[in-house]
Design a protein around this ligand. Structure first.
Ligand SMILES: NC(=O)c1ccc[n+]([C@@H]2O[C@H](COP(=O)([O-])OP(=O)(O)OC[C@H]3O[C@@H](n4cnc5c(N)ncnc54)[C@H](O)[C@@H]3O)[C@@H](O)[C@H]2O)c1
Ligand SMILES: N[C@@H](CCO)C(=O)O
Ligand code: NA
Length: 440
């Protein structure tokens, strides 16, 4: 039997505590599948005394994660603290620099420093694994980094934030308020330490930036992502979408266009009869469109202690099974130095369908005026419907909903701007992009 693989875990919260429990409870099973025991040799967290439902007294305790990464006698440093800055950044760098493999679930860290860290891993011949960082338990990193080698990828998109999908599902199915749904997602351990990262779309953007790099071979560029979160989505939008045969999901989309690589995160209407529309709750889904394989759609748990720990464990097991000195898979799918600069596609040139919800004063000619502005900007409409608000008083505002055929974003912005200029809108217009799966 080979020597035990010694791991150091930094962070014993939702994910770290779940991982530690699984490693202890399934020690024998893991020893058989990995061909060697996996031993928790060192740990660190903010609070030493906290009960985590697992006995870690045999592991060396460190108060400082960077000291653990620098000094502990470990083969793998498992970073489960979170945050793009220190101590996560300094600790991961310290571990890789001395040839210690790293497993992390930290997408914020990779979005900010992934190229640098991948380079350090390559220089030191070590593995940097991060399956849990994108779409939780779904093996999307492995799929892009290894299984799809040789394919040319045209689009990657999906539901990549469990908290947002949980909120949107609960609002629609149980009629609960946004705030109540978010609290529940936090209680269940799905949300980030600062849930603004979830609901404002940053977490999806971090994940998307990693997938973009793996799919298109460009440097990670999370700051170049068009970003809209879900805080502006109302129950009225969700209901109107359903009436028209759509469901609203927060999607991350990366695709090649004539002007570069488009990366965008925003609430999106997907056809009700598509698979992605049926993906509920904390479940995530990632679709990858490629030329040899075709369309791959993966659906599975996107957040939560066990789902995430499962992906971390898979990464640790890969290291346990690897042969010392053997060639390692480059962290970002190809050598970090060979990644091309990222060229941002212009969102105004985005081509697709749009849902536009307008609240208007109940005046004669408004409907015709809106239709005229759409036509003047070359926008062809799939449907246009007018509804009364909840009360029937004739002076109350009316709601007009338009669904466009595929058109240029620039035209939609111009048309909506002209409509705003007419002075009959009540409140801000709601514009939501439509995304159509190729087949699924
Ligand atoms: N919770 C999920 O569903 C989930 C899913 C995928 C990825 N992740 C990622 O996994 C990581 C951990 O998430 P979590 O939900 O377990 O977080 P958490 O807040 O529950 O736990 C964080 C742990 O790190 C420790 N920690 C934080 N800062 C520290 C510091 N400066 N020094 C020492 N210890 C420190 C905390 O004490 C705690 O034990 C994050 O990067 C997160 O984005 C979480
Ligand atoms: N907060 C994240 C955790 C998983 O990355 C989510 O809700 O998806
Ligand atoms: Na994953």
């Amino acid at each position: 039997m080979a020597d035990a693989l010694k791991i150091g875990i930094a962070g014993l919260g939702t994910v770290g505590a779940s991982l530690a429990k699984i490693l202890v409870e399934r020690r024998d099973m893991l020893q058989t599948t990995c061909g060697r025991p996996i031993e928790i040799a060192a740990v660190t967290a903010r609070s030493k005394g906290r009960d985590r439902g697992v006995d870690l007294s045999a592991a060396e305790w460190f108060d400082d994660p960077v000291a653990l990464a620098r000094e502990a006698r470990i083969d793998v440093f498992v970073e489960l603290m979170g945050g793009a800055g220190d101590p996560a950044h300094a600790a991961v760098k310290a571990a890789l620099s001395r040839g210690v493999h790293v497993v992390t679930a930290n997408k914020a860290l990779l979005a900010a420093h992934g190229v640098e860290l991948a380079g350090i891993a390559e220089e030191n011949g070590c593995i940097l694994n991060y399956e849990a960082a994108v779409a939780g338990g779904i093996p999307v990193i492995k799929a892009l980094r290894e299984s799809l080698t040789g394919n040319t990828i045209s689009r990657v998109y999906g539901i990549m934030n469990g908290t947002c999908n949980y909120i949107l599902t609960k609002m629609e199915k149980e009629g609960l308020s946004f705030e109540a749904c978010l609290k529940e997602a936090q209680r269940l351990g799905y949300a980030e330490a600062d849930p603004a990262f979830d609901i404002e779309g940053n977490d999806t953007a971090h994940k998307l930036s990693i997938l973009t790099t793996l799919a298109f071979g460009t440097k990670i560029s999370a700051d170049d992502i068009y970003l809209e979160g879900i805080t502006n989505i109302s129950i009225d939008d969700i209901r109107a979408a359903a009436d028209l045969g759509y469901r609203i999901k927060l999607l991350g989309v990366a695709q090649k266009t004539d002007t570069g690589v488009e990366q965008r995160v925003h609430p999106t209407m997907v056809p009700l009869d598509s698979v992605i529309a049926q993906v509920d709750g904390v479940t995530n889904a990632v679709a990858i469109e490629s030329d040899i394989l075709g369309e791959l759609l993966m659906v599975g748990p996107g957040a939560g202690g066990n789902a995430t720990a499962s992906a971390v464990l898979g990464d640790i097991a890969d290291i346990a099974k690897s042969r010392p000195g053997a060639q390692t898979v480059p962290a970002l799918g190809r050598p970090a130095a060979s990644l091309a600069p990222y060229k941002r596609a212009q969102i105004r040139k985005h081509h697709g369908g749009y849902f536009i919800r307008l609240s208007v004063e109940d005046r004669t000619g408004v409907f015709a005026s809106i239709a005229k502005h759409m036509a003047e900007n070359g926008i062809s409409l799939e449907s246009i419907v007018q509804r009364a608000q909840s009360t029937t008083e004739s002076t109350d505002p009316k709601t007009i909903i338009l669904v466009t055929h595929a058109t240029m974003e620039d035209s939609v912005r111009k048309a909506v701007g002209s409509v705003k200029g007419e002075g009959y809108l009540v409140g801000e217009p709601q514009v939501i992009r439509i995304e159509r799966p190729k087949t699924a």
